[in-house]
Design a protein around this ligand. Structure first.
Ligand code: SF4
Length: 324
């Protein structure tokens, strides 16, 4: 992404490993380098278990990287503890996939959206109703919903409450973890439109975790495609359709039915199973599912290589000296 945008978060060589039974190690994230920019959306896509949620949990300081660091406005946040960590949490908030699970069903909407403001003493109890109405109106809900309970609302309305709560502390970054996956397509569209409007008005950076590459394509300024804990391609969302290079990204795209598809070309798809992250193959992590696998792919892990401005790919097909 162009340096014209203000960089607010940077992950540098972030690796996350977990100990597994039998003295083995599960590598959930391997040497991740990514940046987030003010007012821009970073989409992270990949099949379930690819490590996208683990990465965002580290961005949210819910987990610590095993190696590497995450910088927020140039400051390393990976080792923050106690009150410093609590204060930092105001900068990065989250919208969950299923807000009904995230909310206490016994709390009124007013209490749900104002809880962060009261926790950080941004408002007094007497200012709660006014603050709740303001936040609800920001997400296009009537102010009177402040007196409702979560079970008196639809899924889309609850997700708007989740967004209002995330906005309460005016964070610079909001992580949306499959934030629209549980909603009907028509409701999903209105929530996306709301997120886009709020981003334009408030210059928020979104980290959008999603398994739906078509959705990310339309929303994200920058997309990181993850496979088995590795980033295999980074490119602008608008270029995924025609400009992606990695066989895995192209396979994900091939699974999408598009009216503008060129039906004279064979549809690419992905066969086979993702190997266990406990049994990472030597060389390219995608080798057992890749139709273009070469000898070198079984020996050497391809590194992310810049192929053009805003576009990096990790594949030996595009290694040094090869034609792109
Ligand atoms: Fe396929 Fe080789 Fe590229 Fe991996 S490095 S995606 S196996 S061609």
């Amino acid at each position: 992404m162009s340096e014209n945008h203000e960089r607010i978060l940077e992950a540098k060589h972030v690796t996350k490993k977990y100990s597994a039974p039998g003295g083995r190690t599960l590598t959930a994230n391997s040497d991740i380098n990514l940046c987030m920019y003010r007012g821009r959306t970073l989409g992270v896509v990949g099949e379930s278990g690819c490590g996208k949620s683990t990465f965002m949990r580290m961005v949210l300081s819910l987990e610590e990287p095993t190696e590497g660091e995450i910088l927020y406005r140039g400051k390393n946040i990976t080792k923050l503890k106690g009150e410093k960590l609590r204060q930092h949490r105001q900068n990065i908030q989250m919208v969950f996939q299923d807000p009904s699970e995230a909310f206490n069903p016994k709390m009124k909407i007013m209490d749900i959206v104002c809880e962060p403001l009261l926790n950080f003493k941004r408002i007094k109890q007497s200012e709660k109703e006014q603050a709740a109405r303001r936040l609800l109106e920001m997400v296009e809900l009537p102010g009177d919903f402040a007196y409702r309970y979560p079970h008196n609302m639809s899924g889309g309305q609850r997700q708007r409450v989740g967004i209002a709560r995330a906005l309460a502390l005016e964070p610079e970054i909001i992580i949306c973890d499959e934030a629209t996956s549980a909603l009907d397509v028509s409701v999903q569209k209105t929530i996306i439109e709301l997120l886009v409007r709020l981003q334009r008005e408030k210059n928020i950076a979104y980290g959008f975790i999603c398994h739906d590459i078509a959705l990310v394509q339309s929303l994200a300024h920058q997309v990181a495609v993850m496979y088995l804990g590795n980033i295999v391609e980074i490119l602008p969302g608008e270029r995924i359709g025609a400009g992606s290079l990695h066989p895995y990204t192209r396979g994900l795209m091939g699974a999408i039915f598009d009216l503008k598809m060129d039906f004279s070309k064979p549809i690419e798809s992905i066969e086979g199973e993702v190997p266990s992250p406990l049994d990472m193959p030597e060389g390219c992590p995608f080798q057992n599912r890749c139709r273009q696998c070469m000898e070198i792919c079984r020996k050497e892990k391809p590194l992310l290589r810049t192929v053009s401005e805003d576009h990096q790919v990790a594949c030996h097909l595009y290694g040094e000296g090869r034609q792109i």
